[in-house]
Write a protein that binds this ligand. Structure first.
Ligand code: PSU
Ligand code: MN
Length: 307
Protein backbone atom coordinates (compact mmCIF):
# COMPACT_ATOMS: atom_id res chain seq x y z
CA UNK A 1 0.00 0.00 0.00
CA UNK A 2 1.30 3.42 -0.94
CA UNK A 3 1.35 6.16 1.70
CA UNK A 4 -0.93 8.27 -0.55
CA UNK A 5 -3.72 5.80 0.22
CA UNK A 6 -3.81 6.99 3.84
CA UNK A 7 -4.15 10.64 2.82
CA UNK A 8 -7.41 12.62 2.74
CA UNK A 9 -6.55 15.91 1.07
CA UNK A 10 -9.47 18.35 0.88
CA UNK A 11 -10.32 19.32 -2.74
CA UNK A 12 -9.29 22.97 -2.27
CA UNK A 13 -5.79 21.95 -1.18
CA UNK A 14 -5.56 19.31 -3.91
CA UNK A 15 -6.35 21.82 -6.59
CA UNK A 16 -3.95 24.44 -5.18
CA UNK A 17 -1.13 21.90 -5.14
CA UNK A 18 -1.86 20.79 -8.69
CA UNK A 19 -1.85 24.39 -9.95
CA UNK A 20 1.30 25.51 -8.10
CA UNK A 21 -0.72 27.79 -5.83
CA UNK A 22 0.41 28.54 -2.26
CA UNK A 23 -0.68 26.26 0.60
CA UNK A 24 0.17 26.69 4.30
CA UNK A 25 0.16 23.72 6.69
CA UNK A 26 -1.14 24.30 10.24
CA UNK A 27 -0.83 22.00 13.26
CA UNK A 28 -3.57 20.64 15.52
CA UNK A 29 -1.61 20.12 18.76
CA UNK A 30 -1.60 23.90 19.24
CA UNK A 31 -5.43 23.58 19.26
CA UNK A 32 -5.89 20.37 21.26
CA UNK A 33 -3.07 20.75 23.78
CA UNK A 34 -1.82 24.32 23.49
CA UNK A 35 -4.94 26.48 23.87
CA UNK A 36 -8.10 26.36 26.00
CA UNK A 37 -11.58 25.52 24.67
CA UNK A 38 -13.56 27.36 23.34
CA UNK A 39 -11.05 30.17 22.63
CA UNK A 40 -9.16 27.75 20.38
CA UNK A 41 -12.22 27.51 18.10
CA UNK A 42 -12.06 31.20 17.23
CA UNK A 43 -8.29 30.96 16.84
CA UNK A 44 -8.62 27.99 14.45
CA UNK A 45 -11.00 29.99 12.25
CA UNK A 46 -8.96 33.18 12.49
CA UNK A 47 -5.65 31.59 11.52
CA UNK A 48 -7.22 30.04 8.40
CA UNK A 49 -8.71 33.45 7.57
CA UNK A 50 -5.30 35.14 7.82
CA UNK A 51 -3.78 32.57 5.44
CA UNK A 52 -6.60 33.13 2.93
CA UNK A 53 -6.32 36.93 3.22
CA UNK A 54 -2.72 36.54 2.00
CA UNK A 55 -3.90 34.53 -1.01
CA UNK A 56 -2.90 31.06 0.22
CA UNK A 57 -4.92 27.97 1.15
CA UNK A 58 -4.76 26.67 4.75
CA UNK A 59 -4.32 22.95 5.47
CA UNK A 60 -4.72 22.03 9.13
CA UNK A 61 -3.42 18.51 9.77
CA UNK A 62 -4.80 15.79 12.07
CA UNK A 63 -5.17 12.00 12.27
CA UNK A 64 -8.84 10.99 12.35
CA UNK A 65 -10.41 7.55 11.89
CA UNK A 66 -7.27 5.97 10.47
CA UNK A 67 -6.84 8.73 7.89
CA UNK A 68 -4.23 11.46 7.53
CA UNK A 69 -6.33 14.60 7.18
CA UNK A 70 -4.80 17.40 5.11
CA UNK A 71 -7.28 20.23 5.60
CA UNK A 72 -10.12 19.97 8.12
CA UNK A 73 -13.79 20.93 7.83
CA UNK A 74 -15.59 22.91 10.56
CA UNK A 75 -16.77 19.82 12.38
CA UNK A 76 -13.29 18.28 12.42
CA UNK A 77 -11.75 21.55 13.66
CA UNK A 78 -14.32 21.66 16.46
CA UNK A 79 -13.42 18.09 17.41
CA UNK A 80 -9.71 18.90 17.62
CA UNK A 81 -10.51 21.97 19.74
CA UNK A 82 -12.77 20.05 22.15
CA UNK A 83 -9.84 17.64 22.52
CA UNK A 84 -11.89 14.84 24.10
CA UNK A 85 -9.96 11.64 23.58
CA UNK A 86 -7.46 13.35 21.32
CA UNK A 87 -3.88 12.27 21.87
CA UNK A 88 -0.76 14.26 21.12
CA UNK A 89 0.95 12.47 18.25
CA UNK A 90 4.64 12.81 17.56
CA UNK A 91 6.65 10.70 15.06
CA UNK A 92 6.84 7.82 17.58
CA UNK A 93 3.03 7.63 17.91
CA UNK A 94 2.10 8.22 14.25
CA UNK A 95 1.67 4.65 12.95
CA UNK A 96 -0.01 3.42 16.14
CA UNK A 97 -2.54 6.23 16.09
CA UNK A 98 -3.30 5.70 12.41
CA UNK A 99 -3.56 1.91 12.58
CA UNK A 100 -5.85 1.96 15.63
CA UNK A 101 -8.09 4.68 14.20
CA UNK A 102 -7.68 6.95 17.20
CA UNK A 103 -7.90 10.73 16.95
CA UNK A 104 -4.51 12.38 17.04
CA UNK A 105 -3.38 15.99 17.16
CA UNK A 106 -0.23 16.62 15.14
CA UNK A 107 2.80 18.34 16.66
CA UNK A 108 5.38 20.28 14.68
CA UNK A 109 7.14 16.98 13.87
CA UNK A 110 4.06 15.15 12.61
CA UNK A 111 2.55 18.19 10.87
CA UNK A 112 5.81 18.35 8.88
CA UNK A 113 5.43 14.64 8.06
CA UNK A 114 1.83 15.14 6.86
CA UNK A 115 2.82 18.22 4.86
CA UNK A 116 5.69 16.42 3.15
CA UNK A 117 3.48 13.43 2.28
CA UNK A 118 0.92 15.77 0.72
CA UNK A 119 3.45 18.04 -1.03
CA UNK A 120 2.90 21.11 1.17
CA UNK A 121 6.16 23.03 1.57
CA UNK A 122 5.47 25.72 4.18
CA UNK A 123 4.06 25.41 7.70
CA UNK A 124 3.15 28.00 10.32
CA UNK A 125 3.23 27.14 14.02
CA UNK A 126 3.54 29.09 17.29
CA UNK A 127 6.67 27.79 19.00
CA UNK A 128 8.71 24.68 18.26
CA UNK A 129 9.69 22.00 20.73
CA UNK A 130 13.36 21.77 21.60
CA UNK A 131 15.92 20.73 24.18
CA UNK A 132 14.26 20.98 27.59
CA UNK A 133 15.99 22.66 30.50
CA UNK A 134 18.30 20.05 32.08
CA UNK A 135 17.97 18.15 28.78
CA UNK A 136 21.65 17.21 29.10
CA UNK A 137 20.54 15.03 32.05
CA UNK A 138 16.98 13.97 31.14
CA UNK A 139 17.70 13.60 27.37
CA UNK A 140 14.31 15.25 26.78
CA UNK A 141 14.81 16.64 23.30
CA UNK A 142 11.69 17.22 21.22
CA UNK A 143 11.28 15.06 18.12
CA UNK A 144 10.59 18.36 16.32
CA UNK A 145 14.33 18.95 16.00
CA UNK A 146 15.12 15.63 14.29
CA UNK A 147 12.16 16.19 11.99
CA UNK A 148 13.54 19.56 10.91
CA UNK A 149 16.74 17.76 9.98
CA UNK A 150 15.07 15.12 7.81
CA UNK A 151 11.78 16.43 6.36
CA UNK A 152 11.68 19.09 3.62
CA UNK A 153 9.26 21.67 5.02
CA UNK A 154 9.91 25.33 5.87
CA UNK A 155 8.60 25.98 9.39
CA UNK A 156 7.73 29.49 10.55
CA UNK A 157 7.78 29.89 14.34
CA UNK A 158 8.09 32.70 16.86
CA UNK A 159 11.17 30.97 18.23
CA UNK A 160 10.92 28.74 21.27
CA UNK A 161 9.40 29.32 24.68
CA UNK A 162 11.72 29.91 27.60
CA UNK A 163 10.42 26.58 29.00
CA UNK A 164 13.24 25.23 26.83
CA UNK A 165 17.00 25.58 26.92
CA UNK A 166 17.13 27.87 23.88
CA UNK A 167 20.91 27.83 23.60
CA UNK A 168 21.10 24.04 23.48
CA UNK A 169 18.12 23.92 21.10
CA UNK A 170 20.07 26.06 18.63
CA UNK A 171 23.23 23.99 19.15
CA UNK A 172 21.28 20.83 18.36
CA UNK A 173 19.85 22.37 15.18
CA UNK A 174 23.33 23.42 14.11
CA UNK A 175 24.66 19.90 14.66
CA UNK A 176 21.78 18.49 12.61
CA UNK A 177 22.47 20.96 9.81
CA UNK A 178 19.18 22.84 9.99
CA UNK A 179 19.32 26.42 8.67
CA UNK A 180 17.71 28.85 11.14
CA UNK A 181 16.83 32.16 9.47
CA UNK A 182 15.57 35.26 11.25
CA UNK A 183 12.82 37.23 9.56
CA UNK A 184 14.33 40.69 9.87
CA UNK A 185 16.24 39.77 13.03
CA UNK A 186 19.61 38.27 13.91
CA UNK A 187 18.39 37.24 17.37
CA UNK A 188 16.39 34.02 17.74
CA UNK A 189 12.98 35.07 19.12
CA UNK A 190 11.73 33.71 22.47
CA UNK A 191 8.04 33.27 21.70
CA UNK A 192 6.43 35.96 23.95
CA UNK A 193 9.57 38.08 23.57
CA UNK A 194 11.21 39.42 20.43
CA UNK A 195 14.69 38.32 21.46
CA UNK A 196 16.20 35.36 23.29
CA UNK A 197 19.72 36.76 23.41
CA UNK A 198 20.96 33.92 21.17
CA UNK A 199 22.21 35.09 17.80
CA UNK A 200 21.37 33.76 14.36
CA UNK A 201 23.73 33.68 11.42
CA UNK A 202 21.38 35.37 9.02
CA UNK A 203 18.68 38.04 9.24
CA UNK A 204 16.65 37.80 6.05
CA UNK A 205 15.22 41.06 4.80
CA UNK A 206 11.80 39.69 3.83
CA UNK A 207 9.76 36.62 2.90
CA UNK A 208 10.93 36.69 -0.72
CA UNK A 209 14.52 36.32 0.40
CA UNK A 210 13.56 33.53 2.80
CA UNK A 211 11.83 31.71 -0.08
CA UNK A 212 15.01 32.05 -2.16
CA UNK A 213 17.06 30.43 0.61
CA UNK A 214 14.54 27.58 1.00
CA UNK A 215 14.36 27.08 -2.77
CA UNK A 216 18.16 26.99 -3.06
CA UNK A 217 18.53 24.44 -0.25
CA UNK A 218 16.15 22.03 -1.95
CA UNK A 219 17.47 22.74 -5.46
CA UNK A 220 20.84 21.56 -4.14
CA UNK A 221 19.25 18.31 -2.98
CA UNK A 222 19.99 19.06 0.68
CA UNK A 223 17.68 17.03 2.89
CA UNK A 224 15.51 18.44 5.64
CA UNK A 225 13.70 21.64 6.44
CA UNK A 226 14.41 25.26 7.22
CA UNK A 227 13.40 26.98 10.46
CA UNK A 228 12.28 30.60 10.27
CA UNK A 229 12.25 32.69 13.45
CA UNK A 230 9.57 35.37 13.12
CA UNK A 231 9.41 37.71 16.14
CA UNK A 232 6.13 38.53 17.87
CA UNK A 233 4.75 41.99 16.87
CA UNK A 234 5.89 44.79 19.24
CA UNK A 235 2.46 45.53 20.64
CA UNK A 236 2.01 41.97 21.94
CA UNK A 237 5.53 41.28 23.22
CA UNK A 238 5.82 40.53 26.96
CA UNK A 239 8.67 41.35 29.31
CA UNK A 240 11.48 38.75 29.20
CA UNK A 241 12.26 38.86 32.93
CA UNK A 242 8.60 38.62 33.90
CA UNK A 243 8.18 35.54 31.68
CA UNK A 244 11.42 34.06 33.05
CA UNK A 245 9.90 34.23 36.56
CA UNK A 246 6.62 32.66 35.44
CA UNK A 247 8.41 29.89 33.59
CA UNK A 248 10.82 29.14 36.42
CA UNK A 249 7.82 28.63 38.64
CA UNK A 250 6.09 26.32 36.14
CA UNK A 251 9.29 24.31 35.58
CA UNK A 252 9.79 23.92 39.34
CA UNK A 253 6.21 22.67 39.71
CA UNK A 254 6.75 20.18 36.90
CA UNK A 255 9.80 18.83 38.71
CA UNK A 256 7.86 18.53 41.96
CA UNK A 257 4.90 16.73 40.41
CA UNK A 258 7.17 14.40 38.44
CA UNK A 259 5.38 15.02 35.13
CA UNK A 260 7.61 13.90 32.25
CA UNK A 261 7.80 12.70 28.64
CA UNK A 262 5.23 13.96 26.18
CA UNK A 263 3.11 15.42 29.00
CA UNK A 264 5.65 17.98 30.10
CA UNK A 265 5.09 20.52 27.30
CA UNK A 266 1.26 20.58 27.70
CA UNK A 267 1.73 20.78 31.50
CA UNK A 268 4.02 23.81 31.24
CA UNK A 269 1.78 25.49 28.64
CA UNK A 270 -1.28 25.19 30.83
CA UNK A 271 0.54 26.39 33.98
CA UNK A 272 1.89 29.45 32.13
CA UNK A 273 -1.63 30.22 30.98
CA UNK A 274 -2.96 29.98 34.54
CA UNK A 275 -0.19 32.06 36.09
CA UNK A 276 -0.26 34.84 33.49
CA UNK A 277 -3.99 34.95 32.89
CA UNK A 278 -5.19 36.43 29.61
CA UNK A 279 -2.08 38.39 28.61
CA UNK A 280 0.04 35.44 27.57
CA UNK A 281 -2.84 33.82 25.73
CA UNK A 282 -3.49 36.96 23.71
CA UNK A 283 0.19 37.14 22.78
CA UNK A 284 0.15 33.47 21.83
CA UNK A 285 -2.78 34.00 19.45
CA UNK A 286 -1.24 37.09 17.85
CA UNK A 287 2.19 35.58 17.28
CA UNK A 288 0.63 32.52 15.66
CA UNK A 289 -1.45 34.72 13.33
CA UNK A 290 1.68 36.71 12.51
CA UNK A 291 3.47 33.45 11.64
CA UNK A 292 0.58 32.36 9.41
CA UNK A 293 0.89 35.65 7.48
CA UNK A 294 4.65 35.19 7.08
CA UNK A 295 4.25 31.54 6.00
CA UNK A 296 1.65 32.47 3.38
CA UNK A 297 4.04 35.05 1.90
CA UNK A 298 6.90 32.55 1.79
CA UNK A 299 4.59 29.98 0.16
CA UNK A 300 3.60 32.52 -2.49
CA UNK A 301 7.20 33.45 -3.22
CA UNK A 302 8.15 29.76 -3.47
CA UNK A 303 5.38 29.18 -6.02
CA UNK A 304 6.74 32.08 -8.08
CA UNK A 305 10.23 30.51 -8.00
CA UNK A 306 8.83 27.14 -9.10
CA UNK A 307 6.80 28.61 -11.96
N1 PSU B 1 5.36 24.95 22.27
C1 PSU B 1 4.38 25.89 22.38
N2 PSU B 1 3.11 25.55 22.04
C2 PSU B 1 2.77 24.30 21.59
C3 PSU B 1 3.82 23.32 21.47
C4 PSU B 1 5.09 23.70 21.82
O1 PSU B 1 4.66 27.00 22.77
O2 PSU B 1 1.59 24.03 21.31
C5 PSU B 1 3.50 21.95 20.95
C6 PSU B 1 3.87 21.84 19.45
O3 PSU B 1 2.93 21.01 18.81
C7 PSU B 1 5.23 21.15 19.50
C8 PSU B 1 5.05 20.22 20.69
O4 PSU B 1 5.54 20.44 18.32
O5 PSU B 1 4.30 20.98 21.63
C9 PSU B 1 6.36 19.76 21.27
O6 PSU B 1 6.13 18.78 22.22
P1 PSU B 1 7.36 17.89 22.77
O7 PSU B 1 8.19 18.84 23.55
O8 PSU B 1 6.71 16.83 23.62
O9 PSU B 1 8.05 17.32 21.56
MN1 MN C 1 9.84 15.53 25.12
Amino acid sequence: MQKEQYLDIVPEVQSALKNNEPVVALESTILSHGMPYPENVSFAAEVEKVVRAEGAVPATMALIGGRIKVGLNGEELERMCRAEDVSKVSRRDFATCLATGRTGATTVATTMMCAAMAGVKVFATGGIGGVHRHGEVTMDVSADLQELARTPVAVVCAGAKQILDIGRTLEYLETMGVPVIGNGTADFPAFYCKKSGFGLDYAAKDETEIARIVHTKWALGLAGGVLIGNPIPDEYALDFDYMEGVINRAVAEAELTGVHGKDITPFLLSRIKEITGGAAFRSNVQLALNNARCAARIAKALCALAA
